[in-house]
Design a binder for this molecule. Structure first.
Ligand code: SIN
Length: 489
């Protein structure tokens, strides 16, 4: 099915380096619709040469971009934000087509992405330094903020617009220049965003993007890791890849922001508002078909409210409409590829083999296509199961009973990961006790929808470090320089 855009030129199929669209010189990478497997278009399967050209361009553009007054950088970012919102429908269609999320979610992601661009446009003008009281006469001491330099952004497929925006907008606001490698599954949204950034006035070389397949990505990224001109890597993706980037960037001591895997607990205490807890779990678990890093992966329910909660949840989950993004009624789209479905199926089968029971779902949906899996609720999940130890990244909610607060906190924290955690309780003292005890960068308290441009997003433990969004999200692209001036009396 052709992609009908109001502005068909938003669909690009070339790299963007030094302000020029550069078509493939060698191999091509097919971009497919996860709903059907149909090829949408082909983009360059770039390698070392393109990666190096991007760094050359970003390095050359850095001195002028960092010197541009912050207010002018902010004005360009504001125009970018406006253009993104003007083209919300087209961008939403691109997202849904290459990533599979329902169209309403695709369009919602566009405004979510734009909120980061607007936020960092405003933050650009607030990169204040400090005047520090000097301990001796005749001196003035200052701390000023400077952009770190060329930033390499490596972005995931699950939010093709929002993850680009929340890495690139703060980098540009800070005065950094960027080389970017979008996920191999979803390069089209990022190419469209780069086109709009160019139209908004981002100068040539300031923002460069190269596309590459899963196989060729290491070739691109190795160039960036080895190049001393690249001063920072920002990555969202798996923990093993994050660890690899941390190890490999050690030789040039690059600054790193790593937003890695999660294994979020979702706890429903006996004093919770059960309807609100079900609403929260539906929002947090089934957004993007369960393909988010902050998705609840383990659901702990107090034994006193367990059966009532499970019944309410099962009714809501069974009613979810699964289907392609092209159907306006769809609430859950296809998974990103068949590997994702295989992992979900493995987790469900493993849980059932180890004693879990199925409340709803638990099967592929071949009548819709090879990438669909039914929204699923499992009962009697326990820590021995793969779904408790690994991120399922799909529409599966495994429920576990608990009886005691200390026991459930220990279980929730019994993971190497610490990105998001959620709990529902109406006991004020418990709320603070549990919020402080959970080992997690983000905690939802009686709330399932957490992300916002004004909030710091990021993890602890093996979920990574660095924060995106908020004032902290700008700081990650800056370093602090101390100036000490003498001979003043
Ligand atoms: C992610 O899954 O990495 C991002 C989720 C979000 O922004 O809420």
């Amino acid at each position: 099915m052709p992609l009908t855009l109001t502005r068909p030129d938003l669909q690009r199929s070339a790299n963007f380096i030094a302000g020029q669209w550069q078509p493939a010189v060698g191999a091509l990478l097919a971009v497919t619709d996860p709903a059907t497997g149909e090829v949408i278009t082909q983009v360059p399967d770039s390698g070392a040469a393109e990666a190096l050209a991007a760094v050359d361009a970003a390095h050359a553009a850095f001195p002028a971009w960092r010197k541009l007054p912050a207010k002018q950088r902010a004005a360009i970012l504001k125009r970018w934000n406006d253009l993104v919102l003007t083209h919300q429908d087209d961008l939403g269609k691109l997202i849904s087509r290459e990533q599979g999320k329902p169209l309403a979610e695709g369009k919602g992601e566009v405004s979510y992405a734009a909120s980061y661009i607007e936020w960092f446009a405003e933050e650009a003008t607030r990169m204040n330094g400090e005047l520090i009281p000097a301990p001796v006469p005749g001196r003035r001491m200052f701390a000023i903020k400077e952009p770190v330099g060329v930033v390499a952004a490596i972005t995931p497929w699950n939010f093709p617009a929002a993850m680009i925006a929340r890495k690139i907008a703060p980098a540009l606001a800070a005065g950094c220049t960027v080389v970017c490698k979008p996920a191999e599954d979803t390069p089209l949204t990022s190419l469209a965003l780069v086109l709009l950034a160019h139209e908004a006035g981002v100068p040539p070389g300031v923002l460069n993007i190269v596309t590459a397949s899963r196989e060729k990505t290491p070739e691109v990224v190795d160039v960036w890791l080895d190049d001393t001109r690249v001063r920072k890597i920002t990555f969202t993706g798996s923990t093993p890849v994050g660890k690899h980037l941390a190890r490999r960037s050690a030789d040039t001591l690059k600054k790193l922001s790593l937003e890695l895997g999660g294994n979020a607990p979702f706890i429903v205490f006996e004093d919770a508002d059960l309807d609100a807890a079900v609403d929260g779990l539906m929002a947090a678990k089934f957004r993007n078909g369960g393909q988010t890093c902050v998705c609840p992966n383990r659901v702990f329910v107090h034994t006193r409210v367990h059966d009532a909660f499970a019944a309410k949840l099962a009714e809501r989950v069974a009613a979810l409409k699964v289907g392609p993004a092209s159907d306006a009624a769809s609430q859950i789209g296809p998974m990103i590829n068949t590997r994702a479905v295989e992992k979900i199926e493995r987790h469900v089968q493993d849980a059932l083999a180890k004693g879990a029971t199925l409340l709803t779902g638990g099967r592929r949906l071949p009548e819709l296509g090879a990438t669909y899996y039914a929204p699923t609720v499992l009962l009697n999940a326990d820590a021995s199961m793969a779904c408790a130890g690994e991120e399922t990244f799909g529409p599966v909610a495994p429920l576990t009973r608990f009886t005691d607060e200390a026991e459930v906190i220990a279980a929730a924290n019994d993971t190497p990961f610490g990105l998001a955690a959620y709990f529902y309780s109406n006991d004020l003292r418990r709320v603070w006790r549990v919020a402080e005890a959970l080992e997690s960068g983000i905690v939802g308290i009686n709330e399932g929808a957490l992300a916002a441009e004004a909030a710091p997003f990021g993890g602890v433990k093996e979920s990574g470090y660095g924060r995106e969004g908020s004032t902290h999200g700008l700081d990650d692209y800056l370093h602090t320089k101390y100036l000490c001036q003498g001979l003043l009396d």
